[in-house]
Design a protein around this ligand. Structure first.
Ligand SMILES: Cc1cc2nc3c(=O)[nH]c(=O)nc-3n(C[C@H](O)[C@H](O)[C@H](O)COP(=O)(O)O)c2cc1C
Length: 455
């Protein structure tokens, strides 16, 4: 009897006796035991539920004459939907470089504002562990690469020894459950206030144009965003160095890799978009110049931690009113070509339908051109349901689908998608909030357990 840790949905496998071996075909079920595929002919007995299937390396051809009879015991009798559901494309395995993913459902980077004083707290270990599945990919909340990079209250940092030490047990908690954990590296640029900056100086950006709206200060009061200072050409290498150091720190904390946050109107986006970046030096003007700094960051980070541990998040379509690109397809395609040259692991694109504040609009635009242009693993995010996600994988539109709000509110999202079970609604009022439990680690699991033993 095996307890299958690789696929949380296939809980117990009995191997009964041996007589013959042939190509794997087990009804419609491939099964995996301890990361290995047993491509054998056999019978599936007493399947109470089959939620997912996967296969690993080709089996040892010299294993002689093995007949395997498998009984897959359903252990989710308490699931809301009792009817068996067909395995779906989201639950198929995927090899992302050196990382063997057991399914395609990725947890999105989600700022939660629970890192008091920018130091990750112990509750984060439980929060992330709850959302970990063996072989599942998790992208951390956006994590400040320096004090200058900071612009939101209680967002974590990864630029001091204290930060590294605080992240270690959190990363360990994810690894202990077999998860793969990337750290999202964040520089907010102008989306900040002097109260967050070293010596109360102005935040930095590509140009000196203030963001409309208000920021929540460290003392939880509201204030208008501060007017940024445009980075001088000779200051850019200092920010590159901050990225390098933060990437190095993330690996020192145990993360498997890093995702460069180049989306959503933050610093790197402030360089990419021609509706905003009106610089006249080598970092502004032409497409090549606007992409120069973000691509320098990519190369610096890849050099530091390895291209195969480096991903990037992009939102090239209009995300904020103040941050427009006149040619998002040209911008994204140019970036993809250069990301290919840097051989990074993945590109994570936000759907054009997404707008700031998680609003969604109707649009004919899509991510097809970038899927075609980018050679590495392609992640898509923004407004995905279970059904959309299945279609995205089945049609080849994406390799992996990233879920934000659904994962936030459903710690066992892969299992719920496997069972096509109902989802917990999210509570927006607790998205960003220092409470270490409410709206953080207290969303219910399907079976009522906080931490399902098999996940
Ligand atoms: C509470 C919350 C925090 C977020 N924080 C981040 C973040 O730190 N970094 C980031 O790139 N996107 C962030 N986002 C955007 C999500 O990653 C995701 O792209 C967005 O929620 C749309 O996906 P969804 O429809 O699956 O929720 C955040 C979204 C929410 C709801």
């Amino acid at each position: 009897m095996y307890f299958c840790h690789h696929f949380p949905y296939l809980e117990i496998l009995y191997i009964v006796r041996s007589t013959s071996i042939s190509l794997y075909h087990l009804g419609s079920v491939h099964f995996s035991i301890h990361h290995r595929c047993f491509p054998s002919q056999g019978r599936v007995e007493r399947i109470s539920r089959i939620e997912a299937a996967g296969f690993g390396p080709v089996p040892d051809p010299f294993v002689p004459r093995v007949q395997i009879v498998v009984t897959i015991m359903g252990s989710y009798a308490d699931a809301a939907d009792e009817s068996p559901v067909a395995p779906n494309a989201l639950l198929t395995p995927y090899q992302m470089g050196q990382f063997s993913l057991s399914h395609r459902i990725v947890m999105a980077p989600l700022t939660r504002s629970r890192a008091i004083g920018h130091v990750p707290q112990p509750a984060a270990a439980l929060y992330y562990a709850q959302r970990t599945t063996p072989g599942g990919l998790i992208i951390s909340e956006a994590t400040n690469i320096s004090q200058t990079a900071t612009g939101s209250v209680d967002s974590p940092g990864i630029y001091t020894e204290e930060h590294i030490e605080a992240w270690k047990p959190i990363v360990k908690a994810v690894h202990d459950k077999g998860g793969i954990f990337f750290c999202q590296l964040w520089h907010v640029g102008r989306v900040s206030h002097t109260a967050f900056q070293p010596n109360g100086s102005a935040p930095v950006s590509s140009v000196s144009e203030r963001l409309e709206g208000e920021v929540i200060l460290p003392n939880y009061e509201r204030a208008p965003f501060s007017t940024p200072q445009a980075l001088k050409t000779e200051e850019i290498p200092l920010i590159l160095e901050d990225y390098r150091k933060a990437a190095r720190n993330a690996i020192a904390a145990g993360f498997d890799g890093v995702e460069i946050h180049s989306a959503h109107g933050y610093l790197l986006d402030q360089f990419l978009k021609d509706g905003f970046n009106t610089r006249t030096d080598r970092y502004g003007g032409s497409l090549e110049n606007r992409c120069r700094f973000p691509l320098e960051v990519v190369r610096a980070v890849a050099e530091e931690v390895g291209a195969k541990r480096t991903g990037i998040r992009l939102s090239v379509f209009q995300f904020h009113d103040s941050m427009k690109s006149s040619d998002p397809i040209g911008l994204g395609t140019y970036l993809c070509e250069h990301l290919n040259a840097a051989s990074i692991l993945y590109a994570h694109f936000v759907e054009p339908r997404m707008r700031a504040g998680q609003a969604s609009i109707q649009t004919e635009e899509n991510l097809h051109p970038f899927r075609k242009a980018f050679k590495g693993t392609f992640l898509v995010a923004g407004g995905y349901s279970r059904e959309d996600g299945i279609k995205a994988i089945e049609s080849g539109y994406a390799d992996l689908v990233v879920y934000g709000r659904l994962f936030l509110a459903n710690p066992d999202l892969p299992k719920r998608f496997a069972l096509n079970a109902p989802l917990n609604p999210y509570d927006r009022s607790t998205f960003y909030n220092p409470n270490q439990v409410k709206g953080y680690t207290d969303y219910p699991f399907l079976n009522g357990h906080k931490l399902s033993p098999s996940l």
